[in-house]
Design a binder for this molecule. Structure first.
Ligand code: AMP
Ligand code: ZN
Length: 132
């Protein structure tokens, strides 16, 4: 993808702070971190979102997050937990699949804002989700 900033980062045409790399993925520091050590896992092959990605990449990414990135963040930065997130369609700013790896610290105040007034009754939503 010619105009994709993450493809440019993967090819080395744009700078990044790379903390891990292998044949399938590159892991960079988020330029606008939520917490210290906020990382982005990027597949090397361009794909847009979860509807587009090869599941082999997902499996590999989660294995690297569990076995390599979490120990790194825990041992070097002292995080005590990890929040993983990934935006698709609405809310996705960069249209090259990426998993946010957000280290969590005691009292980090990371929180998600949401509109409680939009919430329907739990039973109503459950009923809608039944395949009848
Ligand atoms: P999303 O809303 O999930 O698409 O988030 C895209 C993320 O990419 C944001 O958290 C940005 O801070 C991050 N980002 C954008 N440009 C760069 C860049 N050049 N290097 C590192 N992170 C970036
Ligand atoms: Zn791309």
């Amino acid at each position: 993808m010619n105009d994709c900033i993450f493809c440019k980062i993967i090819k080395g045409e744009l700078p990044s702070k790379t903390v891990y790399e292998d044949d399938l993925i590159k892991v960079i520091m988020n330029i606008n971190p939520t917490t210290n050590g906020h990382l982005l896992v990027l597949p090397k092959e361009h794909c847009v979102d979860i509807f587009d990605i090869d599941e082999k990449i997902i499996n590999h990414s989660f294995k690297v997050i569990r076995d390599t990135l979490y120990p790194l963040l825990r041992d070097k930065l002292g995080c005590e937990g990890l929040t993983l997130s990934e935006n698709n369609l609405l809310g996705q700013e960069v249209h090259h699949f990426h998993i946010h790896v957000t280290p969590r610290y005691q009292n980090d105040l990371v929180d998600y804002q949401y509109n409680k007034e939009m919430l329907e009754d739990l039973d109503t939503v459950f009923e809608k989700l039944q395949n009848k």
